[in-house]
Design a protein around this ligand. Structure first.
Ligand SMILES: C[S@@+](CC[C@H](N)C(=O)[O-])C[C@H]1O[C@@H](n2cnc3c(N)ncnc32)[C@H](O)[C@@H]1O
Length: 237
C-alpha cells in the first residue's frame, strides 16, 4: 500500500468533550465530570454522537446516585456516550454494536480508552440475532439504547433482542431515547406483540428539556423522547 493510500484509510478522528458540573460542589477536577468522546469523520452511522445520546447520558447523570454496581448493556452504542457516562458513575458496563460493523466496535473501544475505562467489554451484538455472545451475557439490570429506533425496518429486531434479554432478567429495564422523525412511526403494536410496556419520561423530569446539554448544542431543536420499556407483568394489561 502506498503512503498516500495509507493516509486515506486512516480514520480522521475529532475529540469532543461533554462536561457535567456537580451541583454538590467539590474542589479541583472533581467539580465536574468530563467525558471525552472520539468521533470519526465518516458518513457511516455510529461514528459520531447522535442528538439522542446527550439526552440519555443526562438521564444517567441525573440518576447517578443509583448507578454503583448496576449491570448495564448498551446496544447500538456507536461512540457510546451513555455507556461511558454509566461506567464513570460506577456501573458495570458492557458496550455493543452490530457484529457486522467492526469499525463501530472500534469506536466503542476508542471511547473507553479515551476515558480510562480499559476493562469495559465490547461485544458484537446484532439486533434480532441470537449469537453466542448474546447467549452468554451475564445478568443485566439496564439495557441502554440511544437512537436505536431510527430505521422502522429494525424496530422489531431491537425489541426482540431487548425482550430476549428481559426474559432472562425479568426485572431489567430498557432505557432508550429516540428522535421523532415521522409522526407515522410507532412501536406501539410491536410492544403489544412482544408483551412489553413502555413509560414515557418527560425530559423536564431530568433537566434535559434544553437545547444545550453538557456543553453540547446537539439536542438543539430536535424532538427527542425518553422511554423506559419493561416486560408486561400483568397478562391482562
Ligand atoms: C443512529 S446510530 C446511534 C449511535 C449511538 N447510540 C448514538 O446515539 O450516538 C445507530 C447505531 O446502531 C448501530 N446499528 C445499526 N444496525 C444495527 C444492528 N442491526 N444491530 C446492532 N447495532 C446496529 C449502528 O452501528 C449505530 O451505532
Amino acid at each position: 500500500m502506498s503512503e498516500e493510500e495509507g493516509r486515506r484509510m486512516e480514520p480522521r478522528i475529532v475529540y469532543r468533550e461533554y462536561v457535567y458540573p456537580r451541583e454538590d460542589g467539590g474542589a479541583g477536577p472533581s467539580r465536574e465530570l468530563r467525558l471525552r468522546i472520539p468521533e470519526v469523520l465518516d458518513s457511516e452511522y455510529g461514528m459520531y454522537v447522535w442528538p439522542c445520546a446527550p439526552v440519555l447520558a443526562q438521564y444517567i447523570w441525573y440518576h447517578r446516585a443509583s448507578m454503583t454496581g448496576k449491570r448495564l448493556l448498551e446496544v447500538g452504542a456507536g461512540v457510546s456516550l451513555p455507556g461511558i457516562m454509566a461506567a464513570k458513575c460506577g456501573a458495570n458496563v458492557i458496550l455493543s454494536d452490530s457484529a457486522a460493523l467492526p469499525q463501530c466496535l472500534e469506536n466503542c473501544s476508542r471511547s473507553c480508552a479515551q476515558n480510562n475505562l480499559t476493562t469495559v467489554p465490547v461485544l458484537g451484538l446484532t439486533w434480532g440475532e441470537v449469537s453466542p455472545d448474546l447467549l452468554t451475557l451475564p445478568p443485566i439490570d439496564i439495557i441502554l439504547g440511544s437512537d436505536v429506533f431510527y430505521e422502522p425496518k429494525d424496530f422489531e429486531d431491537v425489541l426482540v433482542s431487548a425482550r430476549f434479554i428481559m426474559e432472562r432478567n425479568p426485572n431489567a429495564e430498557f432505557w432508550t431515547t429516540y428522535q421523532v422523525r415521522s409522526a407515522n412511526w410507532s412501536i406501539d403494536a410491536l410492544l403489544h406483540k412482544w408483551d412489553l410496556r413502555c413509560v414515557n419520561v418527560p425530559l423536564r423530569e431530568f433537566d434535559a428539556d434544553r437545547e444545550c446539554l453538557a456543553g453540547s448544542a446537539l439536542p438543539g431543536r430536535h424532538s427527542i423522547q425518553m422511554m423506559i420499556i419493561t416486560m408486561k407483568r400483568d397478562p391482562l394489561c
